[in-house]
Write a protein that binds this ligand. Structure first.
Ligand code: HEC
Length: 100
């Protein structure tokens, strides 16, 4: 019985890790950037939908390090980017590139 519980919780953990893709991660961004990346965050940023993945990777890494502050609100994006791993950033960038 105990073994079954352990196995089950392991399975749940693994499947959650697998679906942590760009689309899922992007849910944390949609509040400001819009469900399809079409919103100018806080009326300031560009609409990020469809921008190249390499550009997004560069921007997110720069925000993460506190080196980007395009409109005076870089700190907001620093807080967002700080929680993202390299693979999260790549997955997000790829997903954003597919948005229209
Ligand atoms: C609380 C609102 C908020 C959330 C949530 C948020 N952003 Fe932002 N984002 C902003 C603001 C404000 C800026 C402009 C910051 C500045 O002054 O450089 C910005 C800028 C950006 C830019 C650069 C766009 C440009 O105009 O140069 C990218 C790319 C970006 N965000 C991606 C993301 C991603 C990916 C997420 C989710 C992990 C996210 N953002 C979550 C508010 C937010």
């Amino acid at each position: 019985m105990r073994k079954t519980v352990v196995t089950l919780s392991l399975m749940i953990t693994c499947s959650t890790a697998l679906i942590a893709d760009g689309k899922t991660l992007y849910k944390n961004c949609a509040g400001c950037h819009g469900e399809n990346g079409q919103t100018k965050a806080l009326h300031l940023s560009k609409a990020i939908a469809g921008q190249s993945a390499s550009k997004t990777v560069k921007e997110l890494n720069a925000y993460k390090k506190g080196q980007l502050n395009a409109y005076g609100l870089g700190n907001i994006m620093k807080t967002q980017a700080e929680t993202l791993s390299d693979s999260d950033i790549k997955a997000l960038a790829k997903y954003i590139e597919t948005l229209k």
